[in-house]
Design a protein around this ligand. Structure first.
Ligand code: 5GP
Ligand code: MN
Length: 342
């Protein structure tokens, strides 16, 4: 247990706050991933069992390979037109913000979150959180927000309250954010937490199967097309990149989540240290950056593509056309030749 993440003195007011039933909203970032949903629903299961009135409200839909997560049927997808949702947020006594640092990562939820006077508690592992939360548990050395949620529950003295359902949510968060426990962010202590989750009833192979062996045929055909025809490799810059137009996505009946993880294939090529995926969706180009070792995908994303994230896994965006965006990327890349090849 990493007591530094949730020190007693900073936990006391939170413990006091949660000692009587509260109306609570849990939210996470736009286009929630496995960690966003796993940590939110793990915390949801815990708080609900403690007698709180809890809503999980997320900014947008999430991939259907997460639809099995215990509690997912209770998740509300935010809509700024729905008064009942706005009221739930405005009336919440406590707001848990999970797996994001800046409120603008919640996109259309940002204004109502800012307006809400509920006590805002951040639990996250991204760099540089915004100064708008009442309690900040922001730790970039954590591999996943789900790991921090486990520690948060343990710091409340409630590790014994982790049910098999909660354990599977948190297991899913750690598993997806570490690409199945393989990133450098996986510490021995994280393996101990994962062991604790299995002891609490998480069935490890079942979670893996539900997330990784649950693809549609279309998704696999899309992967084949991308790897064969769309992935470009620049060996002199140790970089590989992929660009997909919305017309190409339509050919494969694209659904959110279908391209998740595909950028990692580009990074798995021998010698490649920087992998980038451009995808044209909803009127903009969304970009995923992945890197190895010291090369900072985050610096690249924040310097040129309005993005951020972690050193080795970041995201960004561009309002230019897909072709123009890739052109701009290719014109910037050679400036990084020494960093990419040293
Ligand atoms: P992904 O490529 O999987 O969408 O995102 C990788 C990482 O970058 C995630 O940790 C995510 O939180 C972060 N990220 C993705 N898109 C953005 C963005 O537009 N802005 C910032 N600041 N971070 C992002
Ligand atoms: Mn995360």
């Amino acid at each position: 247990m990493n007591a530094v993440h949730f020190p007693v003195d900073r936990m006391l007011p939170v413990q006091e706050l949660l000692s009587t039933p509260k109306s609570i909203v849990i939210t996470t970032h736009h286009r929630p991933d496995g960690d966003a949903m796993g940590s939110s629903l793990g915390l949801y299961g815990f708080l609900k069992a403690k007698g709180h009135q809890v809503h999980v409200i997320v900014p947008s839909d999430y991939p259907d390979f997460l639809y099995w997560l215990p509690g997912h049927q209770d998740v509300t997808i935010f809509s700024p037109e729905k008064d009942s949702i706005l009221e739930a947020i405005l009336n919440a006594e406590v707001l848990f913000c999970l797996d994001f640092n800046w409120l603008n990562r919640t996109e259309t939820m940002e204004p109502v979150l800012r307006k809400s006077t509920g006590v805002k508690i951040l639990i996250d592992h991204h760099l540089d959180p915004e100064h708008c939360y009442d309690h900040v548990f922001s730790h970039t050395d954590a591999c996943a927000t789900a790991e921090l949620v486990y520690e948060f529950i343990a710091a409340l003295g409630e590790a014994e309250s982790i049910t098999p359902d909660i354990a599977e949510c948190l297991y899913c968060g750690i598993m997806t954010d570490t690409n199945s426990f393989r990133y450098s962010s996986m510490k021995a202590a994280t393996h101990r937490i994962v062991a604790g989750l299995m002891e609490a009833g998480a069935v490890n192979y079942r979670v893996h199967e539900r997330v990784y062996d649950n693809f549609t045929e279309n998704r696999l055909r899309l992967l084949g097309y991308i790897l064969k025809d769309k992935m470009k490799v620049l060996p002199e810059l140790n970089t590989a990149y992929i660009s997909m137009s919305s017309a190409e996505l339509d050919m494969f009946n694209f659904k959110p989540g279908d391209t998740e993880g595909i950028v990692n294939y580009a990074l798995s090529i021998q010698g490649i240290r920087f992998a980038v995926f451009f995808i044209e969706r909803d009127g903009l180009v969304k970009i995923s950056f992945r890197s190895k070792d010291e090369f900072s995908a985050k610096d690249f994303a924040s310097s040129y593509f309005e993005g951020g994230g972690h050193r080795n896994a970041s995201g960004g965006r561009s309002l230019e056309s897909l072709d123009k965006t890739v052109e701009r990327f290719l014109s910037i890349l050679p400036h990084y030749k020494s960093k990419l090849t040293s």
